[in-house]
Write a protein that binds this ligand. Structure first.
Ligand SMILES: NC(=O)c1ccc[n+]([C@@H]2O[C@H](COP(=O)([O-])OP(=O)(O)OC[C@H]3O[C@@H](n4cnc5c(N)ncnc54)[C@H](OP(=O)(O)O)[C@@H]3O)[C@@H](O)[C@H]2O)c1
Length: 238
């Protein structure tokens, strides 16, 4: 599905990857671009309409879906991360609950609210922003990894469920991006604008999944190995 002439709604679009998705949609000639955000105050970008949405708050999710009922492409981008000491850390449960509320329940909540309008369109799509962490052991990101793995699983069930309604479901997997989320993590990072562009190309090509950087592509190739990357990561990736 092409971005040009479509109406795009992106959660968490006031900064980071979400803002890159919004700007690239404008650049590609989208009919309308809704930028979902927790606070709309001070947001002012040509061609982008801010709409208030907190994915953990069902009333704002319902109001946003109502206000943007002409959406043809939903991008579930909003997400949070947290570093913990290990899978055995004392704050494991608190952090896991907070991350699941946004990264898993939030994504599913927004999807359920927008689905009737999307299914009503002759062509529509949902892009879910996932992560290489689904297949990458990084114990300091355990709650984040589990929330993204749950969101990946939801994405796969959703894709199969919606296929007969003509809704294309695309899962985006990518490693570290150069955004606020990775502030203080000293690793090579991919430019979010490149990821947004690649993702829209994959959508236009009718794909169901995209690996948006070399490390994630490599990681996925190990999945059929006797010792896949989620047990022993390929050298150079950790
Ligand atoms: N950065 C990476 O290395 C990386 C790698 C793989 C995947 N991802 C995924 O990419 C997505 C975007 O992340 P990013 O790197 O752009 O992070 P970011 O710069 O920290 O931006 C996160 C965005 O999500 C919004 N958000 C957080 N909680 C929300 C909520 N409850 N309701 C609505 N919006 C909410 C934030 O809004 P506020 O401004 O109000 O906080 C912000 O707009 C996330 O799903 C993340 O997991 C990131």
């Amino acid at each position: 599905m092409d971005i040009s002439n479509s109406t795009v709604f992106i959660t968490g679009a006031n900064r980071g990857l979400g803002l890159a998705f919004a700007r690239e949609a404008v650049r590609r000639g989208a009919k309308k671009v809704y930028a979902g955000m927790r606070s709309t105050s001070g947001f002012d970008e040509a061609g982008i309409t801010p709409i208030r949405i907190d994915v953990t708050d069902p009333s704002t999710v319902a109001a946003a879906a109502d206000a943007a009922s002409d959406t043809t492409i939903l991008i579930n981008n909003a997400g949070i991360a947290a570093l913990i000491d290990s899978p055995l850390a004392a704050d494991f449960e608190t952090q896991s609950k907070a991350l699941f509320e946004t990264n898993y329940y939030g994504l599913a909540r927004v999807t359920r609210a927008f689905e009737p309008a999307l299914s009503n369109q002759p062509r529509s799509a949902i892009i879910n922003v996932l992560s290489d962490i689904v297949w990458m052991p990084r114990p300091y990101l355990t709650p984040y990894a589990a929330s993204k793995a749950a969101a990946w699983s939801y994405t796969n069930q959703l894709r199969f469920h919606l296929v007969e309604r003509g809704v294309q479901v695309l899962g985006l997997h990518v490693g570290f991006l150069d955004t606020d989320l990775t502030h203080g993590i000293d690793v090579p990072k991919t430019n979010p604008a490149d990821v947004a562009s690649q993702t829209y190309d994959a959508l236009a090509a009718g794909k169901s999944e995209i690996m948006a950087d070399k490390g994630t592509i490599l990681l996925k190739t190990t999945l059929a190995d006797e010792v896949p990357g989620y047990i022993t990561p390929p050298s150079g990736l950790f």
